[in-house]
Each structure stands twice: as C-alpha cells, then as structure tokens.
Write a new protein. Structure first.
Lengths: 542, 227, 118
C-alpha cells in the first residue's frame, strides 16, 4: 500500500499560482478560486453594511434626531438590513467556505457544475451592482422587509431597483444550493456513505435544501412587488383590493427559513472546529446530522411568528407559536452535543476555538430570547421593539458571524498556505466578543422598556443604554478592523503553513496547503468513519 | 454490472468533464440538477398560485365573472396544442435514445412549431384583452363584471401567471432552436443525448404548469349559475 | 481495516450512483398517455359548463392533478427513474402544498377565535 506523503509546501504548484492573470480568475471554473472571488466581494459588502451600522449607532447616541432626518435614517437601516442579509450573511459561509472546502471534504475534484458555480458569482455581482446603484442614487427606505403598501405606493426610495437587485441575487443562492445538493448526492468518493460525511457537509446540504425551496418564493414576491410598484396592479395594495398580509406571508415564507440558511452553515463550522480543537469526535454525530435536516424542514413551518400582530388569524398564530417552540429543539440538541464534545476533550484555545465557544454562548442567548418572542402574549409587548433587534443580532452576529469568523480563521491556512498572527487574532476575537455584547445586550432592556425599532429618536431616559450600545459598536468595529488587517497582512508576510496545522481529521487537511487545482493527487477511497483520517491511512493509490 | 451505456472507454468523444469519473456519473448529476431546478420552478410559480388561491377565496364572484371573459374553447384548444408539443418532445427524446437522428430533428421542429402556435394564440388573447381594456391599472374596465374593483385582481393574476408561463416558453423556444441546430449536426447519439433529455424535462414541466393554469383561469363557473 | 478495493476497476462506481439501465419507453405508452391527456382536457372543459356547485373546482383540480401525474410519470420518466428522483419530485410537491395550505389556514380561520377582526 503506497501512500502519498504531503509534498514540500514551498515548491508545489497550487490552485493560486497554477494560472496567472485576471482572466484566469474571472473565467475560472475552480471552486477554490470562485470561493476567493466570493471572499473578496462578500467582505466588501460586509464593510458597506457595517458602515450603515456605524451611522445608525451614531444617530442613536443621542435621543434627538440630530444627525439625520427620519427619512434618511430609514434609508440607513434599510440598506444595512438588505446588504447584511442578502449580500453578506446568506452567501458568507456557503459561497466562501462551502465552495472551498465541501468538494475536498467529500474527495471530489470540484462541484458537480463548476461553470454554474462561476455563474452564481456573476449573478451575485449583478445583484450587487443594482444594490450599489440604489445606494448611490439615494437609497431605499422601506426596511429590508419591504412591507406593502408603503413600498408599493408611498415610498420615495428606489424600491424597484432594490427589489430587482435582491431578486437577481436570489438566483445566485438557488444555483449554489442546487450545485451543493447534486454534489453531495453524486460526487462523494468511493466508500463515503452519508453517515461518514463530515457534519459540515450535512449542514450545507440542509442549507441547500432551504435555498432551493425557499428562495424562489421571495423571488416571485419581489417580482410582484416590482410589478405592483411599476404598474399599480393591486396585488398588495388595499386601495386596489389587494392584501398587505398576503405580501407578508409570501415574504416571510422565505425570510424565516433564510435565517436558517444563515445559521446552519455556521453550526457546521462550529462542529468542525469543536472536533479539531477538542481532539475528539463530535458527540452524537447522528443527532447533529438529523438536527440539521430537522431545522431545515421545520424552519419552513414557523414563518407566521413574524405576523402575530399583523391581523393574521389568532388560530394560525397559536399554531405558529407552538411550531416555533418545536423548531428550537434541534438547535438545542446541537448545543448540548457541542458542550458534550468539549467535556473531557483536550481543549486547545486557538483562535477558531475562541470563536466557536463564543458562538455557543451567544447563540444560546439569541435562541432563548427567540422563545420569548415566539410566545403570542409576550410578542405583543416585544414586537417591533429593540428586543427583537437584540434577539436577531445575537443569533445572526453572535451566531452566524462568529461562525463565519471562526471558519475563516480555521481554514485560512488551508486556503492561502499562511498562518496569521496568533496574538492579534486572539485579541481581535476577544474584542469582537466583548464589543458585541456591549452593543446588543443593553438592547434587550431597551426593547423590554418599550423603545421601538426603526426610530431615530427616543425618550431621554433611554439614552444611557443607547450610549453603551453605541460604545460597544465602536469596539466591535475595531475588532473587525483588527481582524481584517492581520489577515490581509498574513497573505504577504504570514508564516508558511503546513498541510495540517491544527491536527484536524477531515479530508481537506490531508492534502497540501494551499491545495493543488485538482484537490487530490488521487481520488481518496474512504474506509473509515468521519473524523478519523490521517494522511497515511486514507489516500490509496491504485 | 451491466449497462446499455458503455462507460468503459472514456477517452472517446463525448467524454465526461474532468471532474467526473464517468459519463454515467455526469448524466446522473445532470438529471438530478435539472430536477432540483424544476422544483425551484415549482416554488417560483407557487407564489403566484398562492396569491391566486388567496384572492379567489376572498372574491369568488369577481373571479368567476372575470374568468368568463376568457374564451373557453380557445383555452381548451391551446391546452391541446401544448399537450401535442409534449408528445413530440417525448418522442424526440426517445429518438435520441434509439439513435434515429433525422427523427430527432423532426420532432424537435414540431415541438417548436406547436409551441409557437401556443404563443401565437396567447398573443391573440392578450391583444383581445387589450382591446377590451381588461388590463389592470388605471384604464381597467370589465364590462358586465360583478365587483369590477376586485375583478382586476383576477386579470392581474391572469397576466402575471400566463405571462410568466409564456416567458418560460419563449426561453424554451430559444433552447429548442439551439437543440435543433445541434441535432441536425448529429451531436446527439444514444451514448450522449443529455441536453435533449434535460430540455425535455423542462418542456414537460412548462406543460404541467399550463395544465393547472387552464382550469384555474378559464374554467371558473362556466355554467353561469349565480354564486 | 477493511479495504473495499473498488479502485481495481477504472470505472470506479462513485458513492451514490444508483445503477439503472437506460429505459426506452414503448411508443404505445406515449401515444396512450397523449390520448388520455387530450380526452381529459376536453372532459374538464365540458364538466366546467355543468353546475356542480362547490364540486366544480374539486373536479377540475383532480383532473388537472391526474393529467400532471401522467406527464410526470411517463413523459418525464419518473416512473422509471431512481428513488432520488422520486424523492425530489415529492419534496417539491410537498413544499408547494405547505405554502398553499398554511397560508390558507390563516385566511380560512380568521374568525375562529372570536377576537374581533382576527
């Protein structure tokens, strides 16, 4: 039995240097290069969305509306929401880390449809162009939720362009999801049965199910919105016989599962990080795998909890409330499994692990506060207040973005063959964690005390908490800037990374860092369970 | 393992793309990919069907009287035309699988012709609606409709749903032209005719959408009984 | 450590490949399905002109569902397809019904709980 030893890192051709020139990047079909294209553009949108967050928190540092007027403030939170949800969070992990790592984890040379993968990126860019156009022309002020009839009939913002931008972007997500589903079904290496797959792959499969089944609905909804705004057809405007609640149903049918698109990949990342840095197989593999699918399936049954105060029937509200409690269970199962993985594991507190541990705490807070909101009675008091904002930022930033940051830090050596500064990465992780909590924890109290969301003015008694929140936001921003700086610095000056700096046990670590274009010299043949590989054992030469 | 598709010699054209290990795997992947795409289409049209059911339930009289403004027999004939095109498409795929090169081209051309007839009839119907001011918007008029205010919702859905359907057919027609050209050059053999088969799935799906659109848009309360 | 040695054959079967032969459907079946579809089209057209009250939509949709099933099973080869294909089709139909029925649940139950306006 011959094994391929990892070749010396310095001399090997890899996917980064195998072809040169801009054209070789812009016309690539290599999933790893496409992941890098996404990395650059997704992070760019993150900073634009972050800029709007800064403007929001600046305005909210004082009770009076003294920075901007209310119309402009409406545009701030709308652009922040649209960019962060559609152009950052939804693509972030799947399009960057999923694209890069998933084919390697299953021993494939690429995704099933590499050219469609590239097309996904171009579609994403086209949607981004529309959004930038909206931004530069003066923005849209309807909230990222585009509720009618304001968005169709009264708003003075660039609703049609924004709607079209998101509509187009949706197809990028659909194609990525389609690609992942086919890849996982048909491109697995010989011997790699479903229950030998890494849990990151299960998480992305579940995410792809949601993308494929949910995104078309928001596509058609935005399409109708654009038609209505342009032609005044009357789908959603009561003046023409339409029903605004129908819009909300169609919108949230996708947008609720969308939050699971954002969190599931992040949970997949956390499982991978936990396994590696506890040097232990994940506790309850089957439970975690099935929970991922359960979240995807049940996540489609709960959207009405966004409509509790909309004049949706009380009966439907009760049903949605019960289902919303049920959907929390698989997530809780995962949290227990991660903690059980840490128990009696040999825990190494490297930077990715700091993010993963932070994820568990913050996601738990976010998830539990979601249950407050799922209760019909509590929801009446808390809806449209800062409590909701705090809740979803805990799960989306404290959850999804922590997972994203953890994943970037975990796979950075694999993607670029370099290590970043251990000291600065830990400083950044802790800064982000503390800044995040200072920003959003006070918002729970603000919401409970009655401060409404989407207002640029508030009563003076709320100022102290708002100032704390704004201070936290600046710390959070500094944390992200530090991370950006040392990561970019590492590309040029970072220490060369070995193939497997973390001692991880999934397939992508058994090849070079950075990988060659074909990923593996020879297609691996799998004969063992997940998380048990080392270079000598898994790669067979025929 | 036995397979009527010979995968042992994979260096003869057509060859599987580099990231696939065999033509069979590639074809399998393409088939699943097309089916996953079709269920995204189910959900895409699904949103419109949702709006339809919501508004029909709310305004049944308006919908019934508005639906009667469509011409029943034209709808039935057009449905038949589309079903014929599905037959010719299925036969085109079959001919590709059995290696009858000239017949592939013939059936693809017939499919294109029948699809064009369908679109032509639709264009006629749209024109007819235009002439009668039955387009929703500022100048909407519905002669003899009960509850004209809400009848415009029916027409909005009529144009939205059939318009989206027609767009899919036009895109399909474009692909058909491409397939016809390729087929006439002999690109499709029993070893590899995946594009024809995948397109067939798409075309049949578009037919299925119409199979539902026809009763929902044309057949509401045709007996004229008062609701 | 068990070595399945699936690599000895260059046509290595990738995980997940469900083996099935290319099935050629007899022309007779295609013609039969075609005729059924055309007949059903005219049946549904004719039935719609008879007043069956609330049954009209039920009959029309049932016929449409049956026609769609014929197209799916025979023209689109789902009957001869893999289990995965059938799962995908069923998922699509199921999710569509989720969308339709759950929203209609709201619209149909608006007055059930005796809360004014809801």
């Amino acid at each position: 039995m011959i094994t391929t030893a990892p070749p010396p890192v310095e001399t090997k051709k890899n996917y980064l240097n195998s072809q040169e020139g801009l054209k070789s990047w812009l016309l690539t079909s290599d999933h790893k290069r496409i992941a890098i294209l996404y990395l650059i553009t997704v992070v760019a949108f993150f900073f634009i969305g972050g800029l709007f967050a800064v403007l929001i928190r600046l305005e909210l540092a004082t009770p009076a509306g003294d920075l901007v007027d209310s119309n402009t403030y409406n545009k701030f939170f709308t652009m922040h929401g649209i960019i962060m949800v559609f152009f950052f969070l939804i693509p972030s992990i799947p399009a960057i880390l999923g694209n890069f790592v998933l084919p390697m984890m299953i021993g494939a040379k690429d995704l099933a449809f590499p050219k469609i993968n590239l097309l996904s990126w171009y579609i994403y860019m086209l949607g981004g162009v529309f959004t930038l156009y909206v931004l530069l022309s003066g923005g849209v002020d309807t909230g990222w939720t585009f509720y009618t009839p304001f968005s169709t009939s009264y708003s003075n913002g660039y609703v049609i362009a924004a709607g079209l931008g998101i509509f187009i972007n949706g197809f990028s997500a659909i194609l990525t999801g389609l690609n992942f589903i086919v890849t996982v079904h048909r491109m697995r290496a010989p011997g790699l049965t479903w229950f030998r797959l890494p849990l990151f792959v299960w998480a992305h499969y579940a995410t792809s199910m949601i993308q494929v089944l949910g995104t078309p609905v928001i596509a058609v909804t935005l399409f109708l919105l654009v038609l209505e705004r342009g032609l005044h057809i009357g789908f959603f405007d009561p003046a023409y016989g339409g029903d605004p609640v129908l819009f909300q149903h169609l919108f949230w049918f996708y947008s609720h599962p969308a939050v699971y698109i954002m969190i599931l990949p992040s949970m997949g990342v956390v499982t991978e990080i936990m396994t590696t840095f506890c040097s232990k197989k994940p506790f309850g593999y089957t439970f975690i795998a099935f929970s991922s699918v359960a979240i995807a399936v049940f996540g489609f049954l709960v959207w009405g909890h966004h409509l509790f105060v909309s004049s949706q029937s009380v009966y439907a509200g009760m049903v949605f409330s019960v289902l919303s409690y049920i959907v929390a269970i698989p997530s809780a199962i995962k949290v227990f499994n991660w903690i059980a993985t840490m128990y009696k594991g040999s825990v190494r507190l490297e930077t990715p692990m700091l993010y993963a541990i932070g994820f568990i705490g913050l996601f738990t807070v976010g998830g539990l506060t979601g249950l407050f909101l799922a209760s019909l009675g509590m929801n009446v008091h808390l809806t449209d207040t800062y409590f909701v904002i705090a809740h979803f930022h805990y799960v989306m930033v404290g959850g999804a973005i922590m997972g994203f940051m953890g994943g970037i830090h975990y796979w950075w050596p694999k993607m670029f063959g370099v290590m970043y500064s251990q000291l600065w990465s830990k400083v950044a992780a802790i800064t982000i964690f503390m800044g995040f909590n200072l920003t959003f924890f006070p918002q729970f109290f603000l919401g409970y005390m009655g401060m409404p969301r989407r207002y640029h003015v508030y009563p003076p008694e709320f100022q102290v908490l708002n100032v704390l929140s704004s201070a936290g936001a600046s710390i959070l921003g500094v944390g992200y800037m530090i991370a950006f700086c040392y990561l970019v610095w590492s590309l040029k000056f970072g220490e060369k990374a070995p193939p497997n700096p973390w001692g991880a046990t999934t397939l992508e670590w058994q090849t070079t860092s950075p990988p060659i274009t074909e990923n593996f010299e020879v297609t691996p043949v799998i004969t063992q369970e997940a998380y048990t590989y080392t270079s000598e054992e898994v790669v067979h030469v025929v | 393992m036995s397979s009527s598709v010979d995968t042992t010699v994979i260096d003869q054209t057509p060859a599987a793309r580099h990231h696939f290990e065999s033509l069979e795997q590639q074809k399998d992947a393409s088939t699943i990919g097309m089916w996953v795409f079709l269920i995204t289409e189910i959900m895409f049209f699904g949103g419109l069907f949702m709006a339809y059911f919501a508004y029909r339930q709310a305004y049944p009289a308006a919908f019934a009287s508005a639906s009667n403004k469509t011409t029943l027999w034209i709808g039935a004939v057009n449905t038949t035309v589309l079903i014929c095109s599905s037959l010719t498409m299925a036969l085109a795929v079959r001919c590709a699988a059995t290696g009858k090169k000239n017949l592939i081209v013939l059936f693809l051309v017939l499919t294109l012709l029948l699809g064009s007839v369908f679109l032509g009839v639709k264009a006629y119907e749209y024109h007819d609606k235009w002439v009668h001011h039955e387009i929703p918007g500022e100048h909407f008029e519905c002669e003899g409709c009960t509850d004209a205010g809400h009848a415009s919702l029916f027409f909005a859905l009529y144009f939205g749903m059939t318009g989206l359907h027609a767009t899919h057919m036009i895109i399909g027609a474009g692909f058909l032209i491409f397939l016809i050209i390729k087929a006439s050059k002999g690109a499709y053999t029993p070893r590899w005719f995946t594009p024809v088969e995948m397109f067939g799935l798409y075309w049949h799906f578009v037919d299925i959408v119409w199979i539902f659109l026809f009763p929902l848009l044309y057949l509401i309360d045709r007996s004229g009984a008062a609701k | 450590m068990a070595n399945h040695n699936t690599h000895s054959n260059p046509n290595v079967r990738h995980e997940g490949t469900e083996h099935h032969t290319e099935h050629i459907v007899p022309i007779g079946i295609y013609i039969g399905v075609f005729l059924a579809l055309v007949v059903l089209t005219w049946v549904t057209t004719f039935v719609s002109t008879i007043d069956l009250g609330r049954l009209n939509i039920f009959v029309a949709l049932s016929i449409a569902i049956f026609k769609a099933s014929l197209v799916l099973l025979f023209f689109m080869h789902v009957k001869y397809g893999t289990r995965l294909t059938k799962m995908i089709v069923l998922s699509g139909i199921y999710w569509l019904f989720l969308l339709l029925f759950i929203v209609m649940m709201d619209l149909w139950t608006r007055n059930w709980m005796g809360v004014p306006g809801r």
